[in-house]
Design a protein around this ligand. Structure first.
Ligand SMILES: C=CC1=C(C)c2cc3[nH]c(cc4nc(cc5[nH]c(cc1n2)c(C)c5CCC(=O)O)C(CCC(=O)O)=C4C)c(C)c3C=C
Ligand SMILES: [Fe+2]
Length: 413
């Protein structure tokens, strides 16, 4: 796609580069920061500018996209309550959502419409934007299968083996209005407006068939440059995913087993915890307390007693309550794909309302995730600085072939 602007002869990319550089100079001048000791010069990763992201991530395949896909910068998570009264209503919604996915992940939009007396078919905010690595991942919650003892859609007999709410943990501070749901959609993209457009249109297309329970937005840094993103405590977060990132590793850790209903073939379970991070308390903790909390060094991300971020961790070198040591003691791996969030300021306290939208994928949440969560809730040094405020567990069906709709293998098998 050409980015030349004919009026001033400068490409959109050149313009962004020049203004970005000028902006840095102005900011330094304005604050009078002549002495720059104690700083770390950032290494500019190649291609990490503001270029439009043409990348299209195929939505068809053995697995849904957005699970082992390298993390895009922006994420929306939206949970829906299905109001359609029967299976035909649910099927029709899933068909129209799938059609929209097919179009938008390829960088297309619906027609704006030819009848000026009707609302346009597309909301329009991505008309000039490329696909931007958009992915959409669907998960089905326990209540889709059975709610209040009712089998609303005739699928109660096809419930996957481990689909139930994550058990309540002693330190939980969960808001039921921000937890659970019949269907959860994870939307990720390199451009926030592309991701927003998708989630907004899922909501719009659901009119009359589903209502939104809650929606969260998240962001990360660095992912596309190949570096591990840092969370809002300033630590590299996601390093240990490297332990299972092979085809066999994914099979062992993520993809549902053969003992699941057929529609879960190539699927997995998505766990969600919204974890508020108490930034003001954390920022007053010493560097050594911060590092002891994780058992890793802040700058390098290396685990205690090691030099490189990816050197094998030795839990015996970490304090007994270190987060990473406890994760290791739980003895199982999970695939984490979390995003930071910021919900502005808590007006009652003036504190920043921010944290981690913890998302993990695993084949058996009962064996892989729940024991880890229990161990962490009882001992984790991180508990002093965090509070779990929302939760959810969803079964993600396997991937689609062109022409199929999401959930077809569940509803029509
Ligand atoms: C029960 C699962 C987990 C929750 C909840 C959780 C919350 C949470 N984690 C961080 C920051 C870090 N976590 C790190 C590693 C790590 N965390 C979990 C699990 C949960 N974290 C696992 C399984 C691991 C990997 C352990 C290992 O095998 O080495 C790290 C270290 C770097 C890394 O590997 O990613 C950080 C940092 C926060 C801030 C948080 C809640 C707000
Ligand atoms: Fe963690």
């Amino acid at each position: 796609m050409s980015t030349k602007n004919n009026r001033d002869g400068m490409s959109r990319r050149d313009f962004l580069r020049i203004t970005a550089t000028a902006g840095v100079g102005l900011a330094i001048g304005a604050t009078g920061m002549a002495a720059m000791e104690n700083t770390i010069a950032p290494e500019a990763p190649a291609g990490a500018g503001n270029e439009p992201q043409e990348e299209r991530i195929p939505m068809y395949g053995e697995h849904q996209a957005g699970i082992i896909t390298p993390q895009q910068r922006y994420m929306y998570l939206a949970s829906f309550r299905i109001t359609a009264e029967d299976r035909a209503g649910l099927t029709s919604l899933l068909r129209s959502w799938t059609k929209f996915c097919d179009l938008s992940t390829a960088g297309g939009t619906m027609k704006t419409g030819s009848n000026p007396l009707l609302p346009p078919d597309d909301t329009g905010e991505t008309l000039d934007l490329p696909a931007s690595g958009l992915t959409v991942t669907f998960g089905f919650g326990p209540t889709l299968f059975s709610a209040d003892g009712k089998d609303r859609f005739g699928i109660a007999g096809k419930m996957p083996r481990f689909l139930k709410d994550i058990p309540r943990m002693p330190k939980d501070n969960l808001d039921p209005l921000l937890s659970g749901g019949d269907i959860c959609i994870q939307v990720c993209a390199e451009d926030q407006q592309v991701a927003f457009h998708a989630v907004r249109n899922f909501i719009r297309l659901a009119t009359g068939s589903a209502t939104v329970n809650w929606m969260q937005e998240g962001f990360i840094s660095g992912g596309s440059s190949g570096q591990t993103p840092r969370n809002l405590f300033g630590f590299k977060d996601g390093t240990a995913n490297g332990l299972h990132q092979t085809e066999q590793g994914y099979k062992d850790v993520i993809w549902a087993g053969d003992d699941e209903p057929a529609w879960m073939k190539g699927g997995t379970y998505m766990a969600y915890r919204k974890v508020r991070m108490l930034l003001e308390i954390w920022d007053r903790a010493s560097l050594s307390d911060q590092e002891d909390t994780f058992g890793r060094y802040k700058e390098s991300g290396a685990s205690y007693g090691r030099k490189g971020e990816f050197d094998e961790a030795d839990p015996s070198k970490m304090p007994a309550t270190a987060h990473v040591r406890l994760a290791k003691e739980a003895g199982r791996l999970i695939h984490r794909r979390g995003y930071s969030y910021s919900d502005g300021i808590d007006p009652r306290t003036g504190n920043v309302n921010a944290g981690l939208l913890f998302i993990s994928f695993q084949k058996n949440p009962e064996e892989q995730l729940v024991p880890m969560l229990k161990l962490m809730q009882s001992k984790d040094a991180l508990n002093e600085y965090t509070s779990h405020v929302a939760s959810g567990l969803f079964a993600c069906p396997g991937g689609l072939r062109e022409g199929q709709y999401i959930g077809q293998s569940l509803l029509e098998s």
